[in-house]
Design a protein around this ligand. Sequence first.
Ligand code: UD1
Ligand code: MG
Length: 455
Amino acid sequence: MPKTQARTCLAVILAAGEGTRMKSALPKVLHQVANRSMLAQVLASVQAAGADRIAVVVGPGREDVAAEALRVEPACEIFVQSERLGTAHAVLAARKALEAGCDDLVIAFADTPLVQPETFAALRAPLADGASVAALGFEARDPTGYGRLLQQDGALVAIREHKDASEAERAVTLCNAGLIGLDGARALEILTAIGNANAQKEFYLTDAVEVSRKLGGRAVCVVAPETEVMGVNDRVQLAAAEAVLQKRLREAAMRAGATLIAPDTVFLSHDTQLGCDVVVEPNVVFGPAVRVGEGAVIHAFSHLAEASVAAGASIGPFARLRPGARIGEKAKVGNFVEIKAADIGAGAAVSHLTYIGDATVGAHANIGAGTITCNYDGFDKARTIIGEGAFIGSNSALVAPVQVGDGAYVGSGSVITKDVAPDALAVARGRQIEKAGWAGAFRKAHEGKPKKRPG
Ligand code: UD1
Ligand code: MG
């Protein structure tokens, strides 16, 4: 068993950022990547890295950020940093959590959403080997603005903020990602010894390196790819982070056995589940909580959210599955079809131009083109139940609540307001009448009159 698994871990997530460059009414860390907040993304990542306890540090009055943290992880502890006096000061806002003790303390930033669980775990490993501080570094293409990791003889001796760095130090390209691991037994001693004698008069977490060395400890750095430690400060960076995450999700889906014909055009959520041999055609969007079973095909330009598709089903092109759509095995949902809160039975076909909402469609039923379930009367929603093997003729309106029995037929163009018995035929439209020669007589009556243009 790796040493880290036996050790207790407290993760402190700093989420007290101002985020003014987002130009948004929403706090920065609640902006989403792959359909969950950056905060939720980081919470999931530290949890997967084995954090037993999580403390989230929020800004004053940020109940919305606290609520999101508790929604994702009800057991996390919330602390408020009342004044923004620096990253070390922010960690000390969670002092109570630190005082409860831990073997490893991992500090994460909620606006740095791409860090993988393995990377957080890699920060813990040197702590298990006796290091006091493990800082996460990356080779920056453009190091301007970042803290520099200063090494001597293989040891990390200091992290120098850009504003405080000399010319020689600024030439260093190994930069500080910000995330840091601290030996839990010494964390409080190190953090409280950090001062604010620097260009920004802030209590820098990065000073943990020099402080711990003065206290006789050892500091090391762990290197991650630059794309993983990218911070988000504005919407351009948010889109860049989204792109990195989408690439990861697409590659994971393909490695797990799904075919994405044009992966760059498919948008996935953090929790999209695609079974083996699923084929996703170009330009498909997966909102949150979508599960697609083995061998199903999602044709081009479809949009799915909070929906499930069973094995062998076929969706789209141009289909929309809204929350609560559950499509059965080998069922077909065709073009310009919208399904909401409805079960479509195995082998059923809803092939064209249809809205099925708040409904149950039995196995092997056939829903003709243009069928609408009228589920809403302006106040309440009501259900439509269509039996197994039923056949709904094209352009029918089913006014809910209503039930069509197993094997029943509904004639095309019907407006069904009453239940239809199993195996019956219901026709609810005007009867066709025919007036022989009527058209000729009509034209004759208009002969010689000026014609208006059509349209
Ligand atoms: C920090 C690092 C820098 C690193 C860079 C990487 C420090 C001192 N510097 O700088 O070495 O290269 O990240 O992006 O750590 N925060 C609080 N309360 C505060 C101050 C900050 O919660 O009082 C939070 C911020 O919301 C943010 C994180 O801590 O999530 C980092 O703070 P930020 O001001 O962005 O630090 P940088 O100057 O980017
Ligand atoms: Mg920053």
